[in-house]
Design a protein around this ligand. Structure first.
Ligand code: OGA
Ligand code: NI
Length: 371
């Protein structure tokens, strides 16, 4: 799909963005109703069903990178760590970080407050029910296509930045500590993201703050999607989250500490990520792939579910200011290496995932400049 076609889609979908195309069913309700079989809407076609790669002997894992000492007074000083991050961004598009500076107690508190929230009865959460116009609040699907195949998860989506979009009234108020914890967690992750952005920029031979400037400096966006994957009666037929690449700049994921689920595409196989205790999983999103003119890769990933354990994850998205055009940085393009993508704002770009739902890497690939 080229840019013009996307613009057409925006026009034609405008009228339908205030509500979902059909009544919303909470996956939590299905999971709690002791189903003996999986409802058809959640059964994936055979080609998309999870295969059990996690049993493969010595399966690869994404790189685990220790950030200890990287952010010193003298700047980014450790060439070995810098090189490992560079390699991870070019190859895997994913890496885990430890000694990242966020307190383990805060990480656990954030996850466990959300777990308590999701354990509320479904009707207590309906007051926060979201719509496809903003996606803010409690939701159970991505995309507005009627009859689309659905994923085995509920979620909560909220804005942390810019300040005018941060609205405590749209955040849950139970458990009583949740707002305060999310607020502190958000601030810490904004700081960590700013530091990682400096690394990504420096690693391309750019000024340390060049990526940040391209994202709008102080005016970046940040949001949180908390994913709740209930137990699934037939996990081999379903997915918790279908294959997608993240549309934003960079994602910092706090996975469940007990339950695997995230799988990352490596060539033609799906690698199950084994989270390191109190690590974050960092991945490049489409906007950084675009800025870097595809030197850094926004890699497809998905989530598998299981029949005996629920899973909670917190995906923090660090995004460009939503109304500035994002395109490959001038310093990274030349006549031999022409820009692969035309300029597009993040507001325009994310409408794709908001209307179509998760669709692999089709968006960033179709956004390649015609030549
Ligand atoms: C996401 C995502 C992975 C997970 O929310 O975009 O990829 O492990 N989540 O929940
Ligand atoms: Ni994702």
């Amino acid at each position: 799909m080229n840019k013009n076609k996307i613009d057409v889609k925006i026009e034609t979908k405008k009228g339908s963005m205030d509500e979902w195309p059909e009544p919303i069913v909470r996956v939590q309700s299905l999971a709690e109703s002791n189903l003996s079989s999986l409802p058809d809407r959640y059964i994936k076609p055979a080609s998309l069903r999870p295969t059990t790669t996690e049993d493969a002997p010595a399966a690869a894992n994404i790189p685990i990178i220790d950030l200890e000492g990287l952010f010193s007074e003298e700047g980014l000083s450790d060439d070995v760590i810098m090189a490992r991050i560079s390699e991870a961004c070019r190859g895997w598009g994913f890496f885990q970080v430890v000694n990242h500076g966020v307190k383990p107690e805060l990480m656990d508190a954030a996850r466990e407050n959300w777990r308590e929230f999701f354990h509320l009865p479904v009707n207590a959460k309906e007051t926060y029910s979201n719509s496809p116009r903003t996606y803010e609040g409690y939701g159970s699907r991505l995309g507005v296509e009627k009859g689309a195949s659905l994923d085995w998860s509920d979620y909560y989506f909220l804005h942390l930045l810019p300040h005018h979009l941060k609205d405590f009234n749209k955040w849950p108020s139970f458990p009583p500590t949740i707002r305060e914890v999310i607020d502190e967690y958000g601030e810490e992750l904004v700081k960590l993201s700013g530091r990682i952005m400096r690394v990504l920029s420096t690693n391309l031979g750019l000024k340390e703050d060049q990526f940040q400037e391209a994202f709008g400096g102080e005016n970046i966006g940040a949001c949180l999607r908390v994913n709740y994957y209930p137990k699934c009666p037939r996990p081999e037929l379903a997915l918790g989250l279908s294959p997608h690449s993240d549309p934003g700049g960079m994602t910092i994921l706090l996975p469940d500490d007990q339950v695997f689920g995230l799988q990352v595409r490596k060539d033609d196989t799906w690698i199950t990520v084994k989270p390191h205790p109190h690590a974050f999983i960092v991945n490049i999103g489409d906007q950084i792939q675009i800025l870097s003119n595809s030197t850094y890769k926004s890699v497809e990933h998905r989530v598998i579910v299981n029949s005996d354990k629920e899973r909670v994850s917190l995906a923090f998205f660090y995004n460009p200011k939503s109304d500035i055009p994002i395109q490959p940085l001038q310093e990274l393009v030349s006549t031999h290496n022409p820009p692969l993508y035309p300029p597009m704002t993040f507001d325009q770009y994310r409408l794709f995932i908001r209307t179509q739902g998760p669709q692999g890497k089709s968006h960033v690939e179709s956004h390649i400049s015609p030549r």
